[in-house]
Design a protein around this ligand. Structure first.
Ligand code: ASP
Ligand code: MG
Length: 415
């Protein structure tokens, strides 16, 4: 017997028929003797609809009321799944965030989970009742519903798994695992059998949109084994057919580079003619941070004459116009500053824990791109990741070439 938390995303519960399919999977796990808690998202598209109704009424909405509205999608699916399970003779009960309770902080609309009181829930699950928990929501210190930010039900699931001390958290979604690259671009991409939390975290943060980044951080901190798998195949999580995200030292055969990711969600901004004196970067990035704009890659050039310098950085593409507005204000103080921007860029990243112990990994990336005539505009690195910014039109070529160069193509050595 294992204690499992199963999470089903929006496409997995998109229709009544899909919910029946989910109920079959849960029932299979129960009949195999496992104890199960389920976390559900809203039906696909529902949260978008709810968000747009809020903005239609008031662009600058009160986040407490936004939460009251958008949390309703998960309430519906949790009740429907409980009904579908009961129909199959499986004892099941829905749980809203406040009923568990999932305690969050006060940041309505983008709250963080602070604690989950797991005792009542665990007793109920060990007693054989399936707990069907509404994901994406909790209760804030003001006693009101809080939601966790878009994609937050992944984090709900991992947090519940940690609170229940579950053996595994199976995240059912519309892909059957984490791939070495986006299979829509690289047809020889391979499904990973195991990947470390660290790698998954880097992949999630550079655009492999399988799991919410926060959920991976939490899984890593709480050491919750997570499996990503498809809800559309015939199998269930205990067949272990998806990708397992797990601690690094549990992965015996480590590859130097385990994945190539790309993101078209960035835009590049270049500031010219900045005075080369202390405090300038703070004057530029301070107001951007205040406007909640997440600056990612940054390069500052050495000024040839020690007077003026250029600064290039990236921001989320969706925030580009806001960024330019903020910079207009900054420009009033820093007279002579020129602003250029471009949204036609893509960020390509290679990720792998093996980079910690191998040299020449980044060099290979630069050589491959050079051979294809692809210009690198900005570079950033971490211990297990190298990211480059290139012209968007070369995205596919870059991803495919790197995938081949690092020996990741299906049929190259490993299955
Ligand atoms: N329904 C929420 C959303 O669409 C939460 C989730 O699906 O993870 O963002
Ligand atoms: Mg999701």
């Amino acid at each position: 017997m294992s204690l499992l938390v199963l999470k089903f995303g929006g496409t997995s519960v998109a229709t009544v028929q899909a919910i029946e399919n989910v109920a079959d999977k849960v029932t299979t796990e129960i009949r195999k003797g496992h104890k199960v808690a389920v976390v559900v998202s809203a039906m696909a598209g529902v949260t978008n609809q709810l968000v747009s109704w809020c903005t239609e009424i008031n662009q600058i909405f009160d986040p407490r009321e936004y939460d009251a509205v958008v949390a309703s999608g998960e309430q519906v699916t949790s009740g429907l799944l409980a009904l579908a399970l009961q129909k199959r003779g499986v004892p099941a009960r829905s749980w809203q965030g406040w009923q568990v309770p999932v305690n969050t902080d006060l940041v309505h609309g983008k709250a963080r989970i602070e604690s989950i009181e797991g005792t009542k829930l665990r007793d109920s699950v060990l007693n054989g009742d399936v707990a069907v928990i509404a994901g994406f929501q909790g209760i804030a210190p003001d006693g009101r519903i809080a939601t966790l930010g878009r994609g937050g039900s992944d984090t709900s699931a991992v947090a519940v798994a940690a609170a229940l001390r579950a053996d595994r958290c199976d995240i059912y979604t519309d892909v059957d695992g984490v791939y070495t690259a986006d299979p829509r671009i690289v047809n020889r991409a391979r499904k990973q059998i195991r990947i470390s939390y660290e790698e998954m975290l880097e992949l999630a943060s550079v655009g492999a949109k399988v799991l919410q980044t926060r959920s991976v951080e939490l899984a890593m901190k709480e050491k919750v084994p997570v499996q990503v798998l498809s809800s559309f195949g015939g199998g269930v999580g205990s067949d272990l057919s998806g990708t397992i995200v797990i601690e690094e030292d549990k992965i015996l055969e480590q590859e130097v580079v385990s994945g190539v990711a790309h993101s078209r969600d960035e835009a590049k901004v270049t500031l010219r003619n900045l005075p080369d004196v202390p405090g300038v970067a703070a004057r530029v990035f301070g107001p951007l941070a205040e406007a909640a704009i997440n600056v990612d890659m940054i390069v500052q050039n050495v000024s040839p004459d020690f007077k003026n310098t250029d600064l290039t950085f990236t921001v989320p593409r969706a925030d580009l116009s806001k960024t330019l507005l903020v910079l207009k204000d900054v420009g009033k103080e820093l007279t002579g500053m020129g602003v250029e921007s471009s949204a036609d860029v893509a960020k390509i990243s290679i990720v792998g824990i093996g980079m910690k112990s191998h040299v020449g990994v980044a060099q290979k990336m630069f050589t491959v791109l050079a051979e294809k005539g692809i210009n690198i505009q900005v570079i950033t690195t971490s211990e297990i990741k190298v990211s480059v910014l290139i012209a968007e039109e070369y995205t596919e070529l870059a991803v495919r070439s790197l995938h081949t160069a690092y020996g990741l193509d299906h049929g190259d050595g490993k299955a």
